[in-house]
Design a protein around this ligand. Structure first.
Ligand code: GLU
Length: 491
């Protein structure tokens, strides 16, 4: 047998060699989602890390859609993945390439493996394999028993003319190991890996073959993907070796877990990128949040995409899993809402705003600091626009109706006299009036708030008066007072 003891090294030495040889070296990374579902947090994070690494190194970021599983891949899901990436502004430089359109290339690779003696035809039928499997003490531990490895080339060629066969990769004796640039050295014994199928009997390539053929032909230098792919890597390295080509470098990213430290899933709430958009999360906030998962980026506020790429250090990706903390995402989103350019915020808000009239800058300024999502922001803004709201029952019940009926008319009269309608002056008037009448400030503040926005919570009452403007404020206070005086009827 031509393959004896071989140790594989996917190592920096090849890349360094490449730099010396060609006098220049460009990082080329890829994101290779299977379009069998929406773009989720885990996938988006993988895409982002690749994107940031390309940005940081002046390299290229390739998008490849792995749509070979015809039963599970759909065009809609491909569109949804592209939509998610576009919304996050994770911009690819090349592609999207579609794996399903590259079948011929994959088949060529299988034949090349065969030609070079690193693969062989296997004529065992499913039934035969089942039969042999059953004979094992523990059938679950079955690995293909290399039965057809022993068939000579001549016999194999002859049988191929009339019999059905698959092509299997020959896993060499020894160890398959690589220096993972996230996880460090990873080593597999070849006894752990079976002679897996690279080409099915119908001529269709299997997953690992397609990935290698595509990564190689696209010139990928670094493969950054989820650690759930670690078990595929020794198989892919065996294919690289068999094709006689240098493998790229591999880095496997730790998974993202829910707060209960279990694998992130629907149980943990929203995980699809577009669903976050619908919940009023801003793209830059999610970008920042994803960039902070298990990396050296850890900020209390949102950075620009460029700044993140500048600071990002691939060497500092943590080896252990990181936890998806929705509260942190909300925190970052709220921070961004309260600090971002006001015109940009207005543009974002339009997608969540359903009234003709749009809130003015003053209203936005006092509400945005209290809103963690665009949905919250739009809810907080509604009272500035909507006139005929009802009063919240529970807040209404807490109001001292007697005092309100007795003093509120005079209070309104005092407010009417204010010529410069700003927070300080309004506060001065309110506190002065309360003192004069032996009231507490809250005896005026609580009803005022209820009359202005219909509920018990709002920005600071003085901000609220200010942002609503004098005319609208006084109109609403009068309506409220009449409501109380008439014993709970709008008059
Ligand atoms: N298509 C694979 C997936 O969606 C990724 C393959 C790879 O990154 O090598 O999980």
């Amino acid at each position: 047998n031509e393959i004896s003891q071989v140790d594989f090294h996917s190592g920096e030495e090849f890349l360094i060699f490449g730099i010396i040889l060609f006098g220049g070296f460009m990082v080329k990374v890829r994101f290779a989602p299977s379009p069998t579902g929406y773009l989720h947090i885990g996938g988006a994070r993988t895409a982002l890390v690749n994107y940031l690494y390309a940005q940081k190194t002046g390299g290229k970021f390739v998008l490849r859609i792995e749509d070979t599983d015809e039963n599970r891949s759909t065009k809609d899901m491909t569109a949804a993945i592209l939509e998610g990436l576009e919304w996050l502004k994770i911009q690819w430089d090349e592609g999207p390439f579609f794996q399903s359109e590259r079948k011929e290339l994959h088949q060529e690779c299988a034949l090349k493996l065969l030609e070079r003696g690193f693969a062989y035809r296997c004529f065992c039928s499913k039934e035969e394999i089942e039969e042999r499997k059953k004979r094992l003490e523990n059938p679950a531990e079955w690995k293909y028993d290399k039965n057809c490895r022993a068939i000579s080339k001549e016999e194999s060629d002859k049988r191929a003319a009339t019999e059905k066969f698959v092509i299997r990769c020959k896993i060499p004796e020894g160890k398959i190991e690589w220096n993972d640039f996230v996880k460090g050295k990873i080593s597999f014994n070849s006894s752990e890996i079976e002679d897996f199928v690279v080409l099915r009997s119908d001529g269709s390539p299997t997953y690992n073959l397609s990935v290698v053929a595509d990564d190689y032909s696209l010139g990928i230098t670094h493969i950054l993907r989820g650690e759930d792919h670690i078990s595929n890597t020794p198989k892919q390295l065996a294919i690289y070796k068999g094709l006689g080509i240098e493998p790229p470098l591999f880095g496997h990213l730790p998974l993202i877990l829910g707060k209960d430290r279990k694998k992130l899933s629907k149980r943990h709430g929203t995980t699809s990128v577009i669903a976050f958009k619908k919940e009023g999360i801003l793209s830059l906030a999610l970008f920042n949040f994803l960039a902070s998962l298990g990396t050296n980026i850890d900020e209390e506020k949102c950075l620009s995409r460029e700044e993140i790429a500048r600071r990002f250090e691939i060497e500092k990706i943590k080896k252990s899993s990181s936890v998806f903390d929705y509260d942190k995402l909300l925190f970052l989103n709220g921070k961004l809402i309260s600090e971002m350019d006001l015109n940009e915020l207005k543009e974002e808000l339009k997608n969540f705003w359903e009234f003709q009239e749009f809130p003015d800058d003053k209203a936005l300024a006092v509400t945005r600091t209290r809103s963690r999502t665009l949905i919250e922001l739009s809810k907080n803004l509604i009272p500035f626009i909507k006139e005929d709201f009802e009063y919240d029952e529970s807040s209404l019940s807490k109001i001292d109706k007697e005092k309100t009926s007795k003093y509120f008319g005079q209070f309104i009269f005092h407010l009417e006299k204010i010529s410069e309608w700003i927070q300080d002056k309004i506060e001065q008037e309110l506190r002065g009036f309360a003192e004069e009448k032996g009231l507490k400030a809250k005896d005026l503040i609580h009803p005022s708030r209820l009359f202005l926005v219909g509920k018990g919570e709002s920005p600071s009452i003085f901000d609220l008066f200010y942002a609503m403007g004098k005319e609208k404020s006084l109109r609403r206070l009068k309506r409220g007072l009449n409501f109380i005086k008439s014993g709970g009827k709008d008059v």
